[in-house]
Design a protein around this ligand. Structure first.
Ligand code: PMP
Length: 406
């Protein structure tokens, strides 16, 4: 996987004379030249609006925009491209579900189940339903290893459960949840219970097949999988999406408007009001082409190799404590840790002197940190361009931190 580094222009640049050691791909990934070229190509050569123009460059923009939808659908194993709704990212995809699925469908007597390891974007909407609708929220907690016990589902899922909302991969613990198994159990316990998978940390890193999973909805973000920021996807089963009311109003999401009535557009356009992020779709289309070219199994294999190396090296640092599963095979390419009483912000600041980029804080998963009874954590995360020397640099940097602050 080392060869891919040449495709990422930012890795060939130095900052203050030093190379970039980028270990924050869970927050956002770097972008390969192929994605930059695809987006630049749109703006430079055919930057017209989609669906509206009866002229060549508009027709080309429409065809590239819809071709991206087709390739993204294929990338996640969706049956039809119409089930792919373009959004601003995972947050907006889940918010869309909150407004268009949950508010009209969920009643006071219903239960929603989520997990303690969720990003706020898949936690806060369901928590808010307890306040606005009096819904009961059950929170599936992890064992000491940061893993969910599937036996818990027997008590969590009842006839009253309307939705299980869970992440495929935790952005803090790194835990990879066995989504297909979980959904199989849930549907046996209550076939009417829908399952929403937050795939923000899965879609970039492993092969996804929404049909094989048996999911009802999944959400993910372009910028974590080599694509541009401000763009993402909600996938849903067609009949569910068809049954949901529109989310935003505006142009392109309507078929007809009369003085007293409006006929909304068909899927996916009824959820995509206004001029969309055309370059965003084209960029994500190029990103999934790039990832498919590498092969998602190779992407995952590289991630396991790097994570395994990092787990080994980091565990050798005295006083450093890693959260989440011990085995690389059970986790994504992310390692959150604490170092005794050292403040994570101080750690990150010292590492930054050598251009080593890590993330610190609650990583938008504050309930998880409270559950683990820890304050903020430092987090290093990896992707296809991460090499073992990046991990070596991190380890050296952490020894320097200890010398300065310890
Ligand atoms: N869910 C998970 C698991 C995430 O890691 C993130 C981003 N850190 C999000 C949701 C939110 O993604 P976005 O900010 O792109 O909407």
């Amino acid at each position: 996987m080392r060869l891919v580094r040449k495709d990422f222009p930012i890795l060939n640049r130095h900052i203050d004379g030093k190379p970039l050691i980028y270990l924050d791909s869970t927050a956002t990934s770097l972008k390969p030249q192929m994605v930059l070229d695809a987006m630049d190509g749109y703006y430079a050569s055919y930057s017209a609006n989609v669906f509206r123009g009866i002229y060549k460059i508009s027709e080309r923009a429409t065809s590239c925009y819809e071709s991206a939808r087709e390739r993204i659908a294929r990338f996640i194993g969706a049956k039809k491209k119409d089930e792919i709704i373009f959004t601003r990212g995972t947050d907006e995809s889940i918010s869309l579900l909150y407004y268009s699925w949950a508010l009209p469908h969920v009643k006071a007597d219903d239960t929603i189940v989520t997990t303690i390891m969720e990003h706020h974007s898949n936690f806060v909407p369901w928590q808010q339903l307890t306040k606005s609708k009096g819904v009961t929220l059950k929170i599936w907690t992890t064992d000491a290893n940061g893993e969910l016990n599937l036996k818990d589902l027997d008590s969590l899922i009842t006839r009253k459960t309307k939705l299980l909302a869970l992440t495929a991969v935790s952005n803090v613990l790194g835990t990879v949840n066995p989504i297909q198994k979980i959904i199989g159990i849930v549907k046996k316990l209550n076939p009417a219970c829908l399952v929403l998978v937050d795939a923000a940390q899965a879609a970039p890193h492993m092969a996804i097949d929404v049909q094989a999973w048996g999911a009802d909805f999944i959400a993910f973000s372009s910028h974590k999988m080599l694509g541009p920021t401000g763009f993402g996807v909600l996938w849903g089963r067609r009949e569910l999406l068809e049954d949901m009311p529109v989310f935003n109003f505006g142009g392109d999401m309507i078929k007809e408007v009369h003085r007293d009535s409006t006929v909304f557009a068909d899927l996916p356009h009824k959820f995509e009001a206004g001029t969309p992020h055309i370059a965003g779709a084209i960029g994500l289309g190029a990103a999934v082409d790039y990832l498919s070219g590498l092969g998602m199994d190779a992407v995952r294999e590289h991630e396991i190799e790097i994570t395994s190396y990092a787990l080994g090296k980091l565990s050798e640092i005295r006083g450093l404590s890693i959260v989440g599963p011990r085995e690389a095979i059970c986790r994504g390419g992310v390692i959150a840790f604490t170092m005794g009483g050292l403040h994570p912000h101080d750690i990150a600041q010292i590492l930054d002197e050598d251009n080593i980029c890590i993330r610190v804080g609650f990583h938008c998963a504050q309930p998880l940190h409270e559950y683990l009874s820890i304050g903020a954590t430092a987090r290093a995360s990896f992707y296809i361009y991460t090499q073992k020397t990046d991990i070596d640099a991190l380890v050296l940097g952490l020894h320097r931190v200890k010398k300065l602050l310890g």
